[in-house]
Design a protein around this ligand. Structure first.
Ligand SMILES: C[S@@+](CC[C@H](N)C(=O)[O-])C[C@H]1O[C@@H](n2cnc3c(N)ncnc32)[C@H](O)[C@@H]1O
Length: 254
């Protein structure tokens, strides 16, 4: 049963953290002409409307992207392009950020299981470089790995509705890296009072970079911060992480 819908949370401070780092990292990985593969286990709908009732109901974007005057940077380029294409209230999810920043020689494979989210994702994103799959993200990415081109990035961004995901994510990452050792993997996790993310971190038996930020959201009820893990981080990734905090100052606190 899938009940999580990212439309309620799009553009919040956790999205800012994840999307800023993603855009910086994709820019780093595409500095050379050779193509890359970009895969997502949990894509969501790709395109969000921040004036929609879901977004207005939580007001989370007002505490994230809409509270920030984002300077010139790769995420800003992707968001400006999105607004030009879809209107002023449009906000790009991770698949659309990637599609906007990637090139003709790059390939995207996006997994989404929720029927309505998948339908919206297909409508907004499917084209000659982007394949969208209505299938379990772990199974889908596992079976497509290693893809061509072999250099690339996998984003693992579950909703953590099912608590076993804090164990499933590291197990999946080990299997993935065994099949596709060249991959860079970026895992997002929420920082909640119960601190279940510590199980995810403890489960990872690979070398990784860890980056956490805190923020004010809904007066501290629920999520108090956001975390990212980078496995097989490319040279220059630490600068991308630091840059994200700088760009989102004062919303994200390192
Ligand atoms: C946090 S949202 C993704 C947000 C998106 N990555 C972004 O940053 O714009 C998680 C998504 O995963 C989907 N989902 C949940 N379980 C899944 C599974 N096993 N395989 C694929 N998608 C799944 C949900 O329907 C939801 O749309």
């Amino acid at each position: 049963m899938l009940s999580y819908q990212h439309a309620y949370h799009a553009g919040n401070p956790a999205d800012l953290h994840k999307h800023l780092v993603l855009a910086e990292l994709l820019t780093l990985l595409t500095r050379k002409a050779r193509g890359i593969s970009y895969l997502e286990t949990h894509a969501g709908r790709g395109l969000y409307d921040l004036s929609a009732p879901e977004s207005q109901k939580t007001g989370e974007a007002a505490e994230g992207i809409n509270a920030l005057n984002l300077p010139d940077c790769p995420l800003n380029t992707a968001l400006q392009t999105t607004r030009q294409r879809f209107g002023e209230a449009a906000y790009a999810g991770s698949p659309l950020i990637a599609q906007t920043l990637l090139r003709a020689q790059d390939r995207l494979h996006l997994m989404e299981l929720h029927p309505a989210e998948f339908g919206a994702l297909r409508k907004a994103l499917r084209n000659e470089t982007t394949a969208v799959h209505k299938r379990d993200g772990y199974e889908g990415v596992r079976s497509l790995s290693p893809p061509k081109p072999r250099k690339g990035l996998v984003l693992i961004d579950p909703s953590y509705e099912i608590k076993t995901e804090y164990e499933q994510v590291p197990d999946f990452t080990h299997t993935l890296m065994a099949k596709w050792p060249e991959a860079t993997v970026m895992i997002w996790y929420p920082i909640l009072p119960a601190r279940q993310h510590e199980d995810l971190i403890a489960g990872l038996k690979l070398k990784f970079l860890r980056h956490e930020v805190s923020f004010d959201l809904k007066n501290g009820e629920g999520m108090t911060g956001s975390g990212l893990v980078l496995v097989n981080a490319p040279y220059g990734a630490e600068k991308c992480l630091a840059e994200a905090v700088k760009l989102a100052h004062p919303i994200l606190k390192a």
